[in-house]
Design a protein around this ligand. Structure first.
Ligand SMILES: Cc1cc2nc3c(=O)[nH]c(=O)nc-3n(C[C@H](O)[C@H](O)[C@H](O)COP(=O)(O)OP(=O)(O)OC[C@H]3O[C@@H](n4cnc5c(N)ncnc54)[C@H](O)[C@@H]3O)c2cc1C
Length: 228
């Protein structure tokens, strides 16, 4: 491997583009290969909610770190709608976990407040608190346009010398003494390292390297419309 390795990232969704950005920032030569177009996978279909109202400490700290990065990107022009995020609790046990979450978030510098059921109307005037114990609200959370985010990240990657090749699917892999030759729907590409960021298709990409990846994609719908 050379001092500045050539890294190929497979997939131009949020994960592939974030990885590509981190790699160019660290001095790697980066090429992103995308079989379709930027954000054509799950990323372009996401609702784009960015929330830290979790109960597992690791999940919370992951969001604390991510929200710091989002703040930096916002200062560089990325849109982020800070409408807050409310998670509801139906049991006292959940409320106890929420109280712990609020403590962890506060210690990490994130605002978060516990609401009792009778206080929820302050946030959502039309809510029916029947059957609810309360909720956990993070005023700094919100949502963004994932398409815009991917375009923003792609631009940042390009500005720092990275290359993004769209409509270039990875089809096969040949191992070299050091690194790989990637067979694509265009010209073959020699590289030192490959990052598999192919989302739901990551197991198929792993298979090209003779690896098994235990990822089982789940179908998600944001809105379901029944047409009569
Ligand atoms: C309806 C819906 C709502 C969601 N809402 C939220 C939300 O509110 N908040 C949240 O955080 N998450 C949400 N998610 C989840 C989120 O969208 C995904 O976790 C995230 O987008 C995954 O990003 P990714 O980069 O791993 O995958 P993807 O965006 O799927 O990117 C993978 C890319 O790899 C490419 N690819 C695959 N195989 C190859 C190949 N052989 N060669 C080249 N390219 C290849 C694909 O074309 C694709 O563009 C939602 C998901 C859905 C479906």
């Amino acid at each position: 491997m050379t001092a500045s390795p050539h890294v190929v990232v497979i997939g131009a969704g949020t994960l592939g583009l974030c990885s590509a950005l981190h790699l160019v920032e660290q001095g790697a030569r980066v090429t992103v290969l995308e079989g379709q177009s930027i954000a054509s996978g799950s990323s372009g279909r996401s609702v784009g909610v960015v929330g830290s109202q979790f109960t597992d400490p690791f999940e919370i700290m992951l969001r604390v770190h991510a929200l710091r990065r989002f703040r930096q990107w916002e200062s560089q022009g990325l849109g982020f709608n800070h409408i807050g995020y409310l998670r509801l609790a139906r049991t006292q046990k959940q409320m106890e976990l929420f109280a712990k979450s609020a403590e962890i978030q506060e210690a990490a510098g994130l605002r978060s407040r516990l609401y009792r059921a009778n206080e929820l109307k302050e946030l959502v005037p039309h809510i029916d608190p029947e059957g609810l114990e309360g909720g956990l609200f993070g005023p700094d959370n919100g949502f963004l346009d994932p398409h815009e985010m991917c375009t923003f990240l792609a631009q940042a990657v390009r500005t720092q010398g990275g290359e993004i090749r769209q409509y270039r699917k990875l089809l096969g892999v040949r191992r070299r003494a050091r690194g790989y030759t990637l067979e694509t729907s265009g010209d073959p590409i020699d590289c030192d390292v490959v990052v598999n960021a192919a989302g739901a298709w990551a197991p198929q990409v792993a298979e090209l390297f003779g690896q098994r990846l235990h990822i089982w994609p789940e179908r998600h719908e944001a809105v379901v419309i029944h047409l009569d």
